[in-house]
Design a protein around this ligand. Structure first.
Ligand SMILES: [Fe+2]
Length: 245
């Protein structure tokens, strides 16, 4: 077993987004993560205006119940929470009201897991990223390798990267769970050095399980142990350390 990996992207708080449906399912998934060698997990429910209306307060309420159940069951995994925020101009108001749970602080900055729509990169994306950075909030773009516009034109990631954001690659993409094209793009972005972290984006047992070890083994083969350690532990630890008490 590979020990000591930190997952910064998952949907395991029951019944507040399209992730786990029940407390039982969440406990099964968290046990699965612990057995895979994940020692710390940041739970990141969707904040998607018009679809998943979560806030810092509502997430914390459900998170606290889950955390108690995990302790009662004796599952050996440390938990914290943040959110995955769908890109939308209205998130500026939520950020300014401090109603979005962020990662950090690290290096005097906070970090926001930002989700693009799956089909395209909206006009104004880089402007929004630059605005967030001006507030000392660095966006981490979730799974760019799954975005259809980037799949068609991978080089477009350089324009986004120039605005100063970071990128999270999904473990399942690296091992082919989302098809050959996503796999190839995940590997390409890893080799080009765009990835800041690899995470599970776990939703359920079947299609998106909380497993990092197989992707880590592949990254070790491709890029070596030191880069794997950065992507699966060191970088996730930098931005999440302050969230775990
Ligand atoms: Fe996600």
């Amino acid at each position: 077993m590979i020990e000591n990996m930190i997952d910064i992207h998952s949907h395991l708080i029951p019944n507040i987004d399209d992730g786990s449906d029940t407390l039982e399912e969440s406990l099964t998934l968290l046990k699965m993560a612990a057995d895979d060698g994940i020692t710390r997990m940041v739970l990141t429910p969707h904040i998607h205006l018009g679809r998943y209306i979560n806030t810092r307060t509502s997430i914390q309420f459900e998170y606290t119940k889950l955390k108690r159940a995990v302790a009662d069951k004796g599952i050996n995994i440390e938990l914290a929470f943040a959110a995955e925020v769908r890109l939308d101009s209205e998130i500026i108001a939520l950020v300014e009201e401090k109603d979005i749970p962020l990662f950090g602080p690290y290096d005097n900055k906070q970090y926001l897991l930002l989700e693009l729509p799956h089909g395209h990169i909206p006009v104004g994306t880089t402007r929004l990223i630059e605005y967030l950075i001006s507030l000392n909030i660095v966006p981490i773009i979730a799974h760019p390798e799954r975005n259809r516009e980037l799949l068609k034109a991978p080089v477009k990631i350089t324009q986004i990267a120039r605005s100063g954001c970071l990128f999270q690659i999904t473990a399942g993409s690296i091992v082919g769970k989302f098809g050959a094209k996503c796999e190839a793009l995940a590997i390409e972005y890893l080799e080009q050095g765009f990835a800041f972290a690899v995470a599970t984006d776990a939703h359920n047992v079947k299609h998106r399980p909380p497993i990092l070890s197989d992707a880590r083994r592949r990254v070790v083969k491709l890029l070596g142990e030191s880069i794997a350690q950065d992507l699966f532990y060191n970088n996730p630890n930098k931005i999440s350390r302050m969230l775990f008490d």
